[in-house]
Design a protein around this ligand. Structure first.
Ligand SMILES: [Zn+2]
Length: 457
């Protein structure tokens, strides 16, 4: 029955004569086949993860990644490859952190912990103080200085498992990591310990940026594993008091020169109108930056390769951009925008892939309702490759102000369920990425760019 229906539908397309749609589906199939058969994204990811490794902003590895992706973009067939210099923060972790909690009877329990990005170190002697748990910022405010001064604050704010969208849970609970240390300092806390932002309970500490304010003192801050957090919380709830000890060796050094890496295919008709596709080249230091965001970088390079290999001649200039310093400063994204505005560049469309290299599900779009509706018409053309929605939503941290240069913004949305198992943790390694899933992401990104380039917005 279904078979017959499809046959009839196929015949109808012929009768109604819809050459554009048919040609587009043929072209997208050609792009997809080329990526699945000849794609280089997985090999390039291997290089970034295994030959280079973690790529903290300002590190020697970040510089190696700049040079490697410039070479990859040339090999992909970009007409022009260049670097955009930008100064970046240079935070270092130093020697591995240690810490424990100790109960009144003297028993010590070692913690699986890591310093938060951009945090200050404790000094060699470490910090020991009574531990106080808070489960919301309201609770911290209620405790105030009377309950917090001289103590180590333990933010136990689990990601909400009832949300299908893990990024929504991350956004809510992530406030504990990003703003918790500064807020606790406001009440005189001496250090902060946050529950890792992970969807599941396991033994990995997950790092990530914390943001201090100039108003209050900068206090050391670490993340502990979700297993540790669950256990400590259960003990505290039984009225067992703990002293915590933390020793971290991180430091913020002076800014250093780094780069965004840009590879372009020059537009045949509108060379001064730009379509940008990108990911961020820097990563946290505990893993290999595979899903976050080696995947987005190699997928963006793959867009360039696939356009060239498929014989497409884009109307607009297509730029693949490896943004530097998304994780702990966003300087690369800022620089790209600054140069776009200074050069009065006309930006048409920008996509970022920074939600992992998992199975493609769709795209989120920041644009007017009519522009979103226009893009939504492409859903059926992409549905064979995994896209089931194109809907209003966010884009990516490196491009989310490019609307100031005229761009419609898009975020590539892969399946979000396993991302926070690995995000900012030692588990974010090459082996955690599936070749097929990574390639399929590049297929959908290239196909959407092909359509936007052809029909405009
Ligand atoms: Zn990222």
């Amino acid at each position: 029955m279904m078979r017959k229906y499809i046959f009839v539908f196929g015949a109808l397309i012929g009768v109604l004569n819809l050459p554009a749609q048919v040609n587009d589906s043929v072209m997208i199939k050609k792009i997809a086949d080329d990526i699945m058969l000849n794609g280089k994204a997985y090999d390039n990811l291997y290089y970034l993860c295994k030959k280079i490794g973690a790529r903290l902003s300002g590190s020697a590895n970040a510089q190696k990644a700049v040079e490697a992706t410039a070479r990859m973009l040339k090999e992909a067939g970009a007409d022009t490859v260049y670097l955009q210099p930008c100064m970046v923060p240079h935070w270092i972790r130093g020697a591995k952190e240690t810490g424990y909690v100790q109960s009144a009877n003297g028993k010590k329990y070692n913690l699986k912990l890591c310093a938060l990005g951009n945090s200050v170190g404790t000094g060699a002697q470490g910090i020991a103080a009574p531990l106080v748990q808070v489960q919301s910022f309201d609770e911290l405010d209620r405790l105030g200085a009377a309950g917090v001064k001289g103590k180590i604050v333990f933010f136990n704010m689990p990601m909400n498992p009832t949300y299908f969208e893990t990024f929504r849970a991350y956004g809510e609970s992530g406030r504990s990591r990003v703003f918790g240390p500064a807020k606790a300092a406001q009440y005189g806390a001496v250090a902060v310990m946050v529950r890792s932002l992970a969807s599941n309970v396991d033994d990995y500490p997950h790092t990530g940026v914390t943001v201090y304010t100039d108003t209050f003192s900068k206090i050391p801050a670490v993340a502990i594993s979700t297993n540790n957090a669950e256990w400590i919380s259960s003990q505290l709830n039984k009225k067992i008091a703990f002293t915590a000890y933390l020793q971290t060796n991180c430091a913020m050094l002076p800014d250093v020169l780094s780069y965004n890496v840009v590879g372009e295919i020059r537009g045949s008709q509108l060379p001064h109108a730009y379509i940008t596709v990108g990911g961020h080249l820097d990563s946290w230091d505990l893993g290999e930056g595979a899903h976050d965001d080696g995947a987005g970088c190699v997928q963006s390079i793959e867009v360039i390769r696939a356009i060239k290999a498929s014989g497409l001649v884009p109307r607009h200039t297509i730029r693949a951009v490896m943004f530097m310093n998304e994780e702990n400063g966003g300087r690369g994204g800022d620089k790209y925008l600054e140069l776009a505005l200074a050069g009065k560049e006309k930006h048409v469309f920008a996509i970022e892939s920074d939600e992992g290299g998992f199975t493609p599900r769709g795209f989120t779009i920041t644009a007017s309702d009519s522009q979103v509706a226009r893009l939504q018409q492409y859903t059926s053309l992409l549905s064979n490759y995994g896209t089931s929605f194109i809907k209003k939503g966010g884009s990516g941290a490196d491009i989310n102000e490019l609307d100031k240069a005229g761009a419609v913004l898009a975020g590539f949305s892969p399946d979000p369920q396993r991302y926070f198992d690995v995000h900012h943790a030692a588990a974010d390694v090459f082996e955690a990425v599936s070749k097929r899933e990574l390639q399929l992401g590049a297929v959908n990104m290239t196909a959407l760019i092909y359509l936007v380039d052809k029909y405009g917005l």
